[in-house]
Design a protein. Sequence first.
Length: 761
Amino acid sequence: MLNGNDATAELLRGLNPEQAAAVSHPGGPLLVLAGAGSGKTRVLTRRLAWLVAHGVPQEGIVALTFTNKAAGEMKERVADLLGTARPRSFVGTFHAFGVRLLRRFPAEAGLSRSFVVFDADDQLALVKQAMKAANVTDRAFTPRSFQSRISHAKNAGLDPSTYAVRFGELAGEQLRAVHVAYEKGLASSSALDFDDLLLRSVRLLRERPDVLELLRRSIVHLLVDEYQDTNGIQADLVRRLAGERENIFAVGDEDQSIYRWRGADVGNILEFSKVFPGARTVRLERNYRSTAPILAAAGAVVAENRRRLGKTLRAEKTGGEKVRLLVVDEERDEAREVVSRIAAARRTAAGTEIAVLFRTNAQSRPFEDELLRSNIKYLLVGGTRFYERAEVKDALAYLRLCQNGDDDVSFRRVVNVPARGVGAATLDAVAAAAEAGGTSLLRTLDGPVVGLTERARKALGEFRGLVSRLSSETSGDRGAGEAVDAVLRETGLLALYSESTDPQDEARRENLDQLVSAAREHERLAAAGDADDPGVAGFLDAVTLRSDSDDADEKKGVLLMTLHSAKGLEFDEVFLTGVEDGSLPHASSREDEDQLEEERRLAYVGMTRARDRLTLSVARRRMVRGEWVSREPSPFLDAIPSELLRREDLSSRGGGGGSGWNGSAREGGLFPDYEGESQEPTRAPFRRSSPPPPPHRTMRRTPPPPTASGFRRGGRVVHPEYGPGVVLTIEGSGDAEKLTVYFDRAGKKKFVARFANLSPG
């Protein structure tokens, strides 16, 4: 434990002058502009330890961040600095803070003590029910579009009555009706969505001065990470918690503000000094992550933005390779070349951490295919995650329903899982009875329901008894692991997949086994003080608050991810792909200067993920909706000085690699011999190109010959149920021939070739 006169020297040891000035700040508002790789987490954790060492009670410090991964890292570092098992300060996400606040003051917030938190899928299911209740079809707007608009409106503080003016009379009235029905569904289920965790927290502090005063007395210092990512509600929460003391220590980087699409407002960090007059600013400009060429190239791109507070990163590393710029004919060549280089890097240094980044998830497919063909392990961040798999969500829905009998979304999900003969007509009858009685679907089963068959009545009665029994078994002091195990056994979910001969069901059963392991791990975290509640409620809260980036583990293999998912991570080598006009910047940013600036920041974030090697790639053409489309290089490349780049043209027109490119993209053009393909003199990102690309001498690969059954390794196939896929392996021959196929949407499957029901793709 740090104490006495040794604390100051120990906590400032190894810090550069700017970091030390931030850590030892005497008090009042401070904005730490922390560039990429400048040690912001180190400064944040040292600051918290500094405050404790100088007499501030741990319980009087609140540190807010955006991801569970960042919060976990901060907790570990602070605990090491303080010499304790864990910090007693609150260190967690904004949403976790909201959950804790509302759990502590449910009555004051107008909530039931047993309220549940709906995740994105639960919210989507409720939106669909709201559309049905409002008699709104999905012809004009999909449920997901309604979900997004409702979330945006809530965070922007828009009243549903104003929608007609903002979105047009017809669309506005439909949105208003769905929003009202959605909120009614949340209320009847005693549930909150993610937005509500913050909205209801701010409302509580606004409407209950006694609660606000209690918090302000207890929170002596407020630390906020990634301040550039705050939205209006989060900034409001920070202002209210800071109070008159204004002991707010905000760390952020305006150049890494990339979440405008989900409400983040870069203006919050740009105007920090206006909101907190007299605030000091400390700039952290020494980068300990990347080489000088990488930093210079990334800095040149983002420097073209107008809305900046301004800083120039300097590399502490010496040397470094130029940034590579690959030019290829089309996306499959891009994937082959990138994967070939990944394989070479892995052969040279097996532990090399590598990421392939792209602007949108749709760009991942060719890289996945090529990595599978090359037998290179990879993780798609943002794909179907563990807690989003159907069988896992079924089990969690049972748990939620046992915790909260008013949860209609969970009721609808599991009332017929496993199948018990409860169809749509039966559900409609129960819903009508619930509406008439003003109660939830589950509680409606406690009384008579008109219009049910005897079979349906019996099935629902057994279901009601099952939930009642499980509610008792999972309440009280029962740990999450034991509760999950009981739910899986008594609902029949485990037996459903254990008794099946389908290989996919074996994987589902293993997922349920993993759910029990996860629940028991949660119990261990709670016992160590790293989680609030070891029971079912605490486990469900922890599961709901997970995010994509929490699942990112650089050690699992090559990571494929969008630029948004990559923020906060770093790798030895990064391949930033699809650096073309229309992709990066995205086509939707053409008419919006603020959005175009965010696209530059997005490119900057991607480039600064690289420690030692950065490769940018550009394709001359891509397949879009079944047609070849010519592509132009991203205008962001124009900003990079030519001496920082090594251009390698591997396209059929480029004649091989080399570094003989002596002009910037603006001066000489990335495709100097491109004129023959089109007579259009101006940049046209989605220009049609009639012929398919020519064969590539440098990229051509001879496919393996087909077997007697007609299949060949690497061949594309289509299954009537699983859709398109690629043949990974072929074993045996004749009647014993077996295939392993990876399907785009169903994953890996095994077949006996003669019974496979596969056709050429």
